[in-house]
Write a protein that binds this ligand. Structure first.
Ligand code: FE
Ligand code: MN
Length: 474
């Protein structure tokens, strides 16, 4: 059988033993979860008979996104770099290398079966960032964790690739789609059981009964002509047809499929911001529903958010599709999704986990106080950057200096929770802040929309989640 070829028994046992030891909580959660929801498991066409004892065990895996890795060699910490970082969107670029090292360390310690990276692997597609990142991914695989990647809108043909020297930004070389294919051959493309002819999409058997449909949603062909990386994404019509074939293939092997893409399948904010959700999301949703694929993992929006297809209430209430947008790894609180899959019940769990920079720093003998106390440092840095941006936006307002400071303080706090995916749990705390009430008095503009979208946050956790994966339909 094909599956056995990809999962030699000894290897499967070893991997699972390690992951169960390292993640007793997650494993226990999966086990109790599997028994809890009788209605769901009763309707499953589960055929555990031809699963071996080892391959019937739950598998643990991680998803991280928007790592936006920047090669240390491309910046000297000078004025140009500092200005670039403080003018940016909150990415922890000065410690980009340390963050990735901490992720490698986490993987070496906890040994998930595989790690998914769903695009925006690099800051702006710099050749040397890609090459250095590949070296780290090699080490993750050497420790026993398979890595599967897809590109994001910043990774290919990016005219924004830069190095930073003193007070100057210097154009750096960037990679093409062909380069990506070669560079990341060992991180999905070589293992693919099927590849899309017209994109960097592929299908891979990641674990017994669990396949990954890795979709390339990026439009990079005109970046050089535009002079910037195109932000919005879509799935090509020919790729949709290929997805249908993939689902049939998976169905033949009784596999469930998780769909992975950089752009969001669903809206993750009520704000009218374009470029986050796929341009043809309705079409893609229709295809996924038809094929029995009910979970997508995405990134791109940089904040943590879990959504259920709102249209599902009417047409497909019995089989809603979910999109988990994992927060950017490069942005506070620097988290990834720790997941599990039970091949017998098809149950999937997800829980955000902050990368353990402090543990890695201590283990590697670092003396940098920012790294040794990274959790507080990263949150303070992110909050300060939100605070300063809010103050800038209020410069021409009629609010007093004290009022502006109070508003900026509320915005900083809100942003910390919002990006972590915990705003809904802190709504009453935020709404009680004097600065929040002042924001509510403002009309129009980005900030009032932002505040409103946050206030619309409703119940349902954005940081932990459980569901039953559909079986791919023939
Ligand atoms: Fe990004
Ligand atoms: Mn992106």
């Amino acid at each position: 059988m094909k599956l056995m070829k990809h999962f030699p028994l000894s290897q499967t046992i070893a991997k699972h033993k390690q992951s169960l030891l390292a993640l007793p909580l997650l494993a226990a959660l999966t086990l109790t979860g599997g028994c809890k929801d009788d209605s769901a498991s009763a309707t499953l066409p589960v055929n555990a008979a031809n699963l071996t004892a080892a391959s019937a065990e739950p598998v643990s895996f991680w998803v991280a996104t928007d790592t936006h890795y920047l090669d240390n060699g491309l910046q000297d910490g000078g004025a140009a770099f500092e200005a670039y970082v403080s003018g940016g969107d909150g990415k922890m670029l000065p410690y980009s290398d340390e963050l990735m090292e901490a992720l490698v360390h986490d993987a070496e310690q906890k040994k998930p079966a595989f790690l998914i990276l769903s695009g925006d692997l690099t800051n702006n597609g710099e050749t040397s960032s890609h090459k250095k990142l590949v070296q780290k991914l090699v080490r993750i695989e050497q420790a026993g964790t398979s890595v599967y990647v897809i590109p994001g809108n910043h990774d290919l043909n990016n005219p924004w690739a830069r190095s930073f020297e003193g007070d100057k930004q210097i154009v750096a070389s960037h990679i093409s789609a062909e380069d990506f294919d070669k560079l990341y051959a060992d991180f999905g493309y070589n293992e693919a059981i099927s590849r899309d002819k017209e994109s960097l999409s592929y299908l891979v058997q990641a674990a017994p009964r669990l396949w990954l449909l890795m979709l390339d949603s990026v439009q990079y062909a005109k970046n050089e002509e535009y002079g910037f990386p195109q932000t919005d994404g879509r799935i090509l019509p020919s790729t949709l047809a290929w997805i249908d074939k993939c689902a049939k293939l998976a169905a033949g092997s009784q596999a469930s499929v998780i769909t992975v893409m950089h752009h969001n399948l669903l809206n993750h904010t009520s704000m009218h911001v374009s470029g986050f959700r796929l341009n043809n999301s309705q079409e893609v949703l229709k295809q996924l529903r038809k094929d029995g694929l009910n979970l997508a993992l995405s990134g791109h929006i940089h904040m943590q958010d879990i959504r259920r297809d709102p249209g599902a209430a009417a047409a497909d209430a019995a089989a809603p599709v979910y999109d988990i947008a994992t927060g950017a790894f490069a942005v506070n609180p620097h988290q990834y999704g720790a997941m599990s899959f039970d091949p017998v019940t098809r149950r999937v769990t997800y829980a955000t986990t902050a990368v353990d920079v402090e543990g890695w720093a201590a283990a590697s003998g670092s003396t940098d106080p920012n790294l040794l106390g990274f959790k507080a440092y990263a949150e303070d840095t992110f909050a300060a950057s939100s605070y300063n941006k809010a103050l800038q936006r209020l410069e021409e307002s009629t609010f007093s200096a004290a009022e502006r400071a109070s508003m900026a303080e509320a915005m900083a706090k809100l942003n910390v929770y919002y990006f972590a995916g915990t705003a809904s749990e802190h709504l009453s705390e935020i709404k009680a802040m004097p600065g929040f009430k002042l924001w509510e008095q403002t009309e129009g503009g980005f900030m009032s929309g932002y505040i409103r979208s946050m206030a619309e946050e409703q119940g349902g956790s954005n940081v932990s989640f459980e569901m039953v994966l559909g079986a791919a339909k023939p």
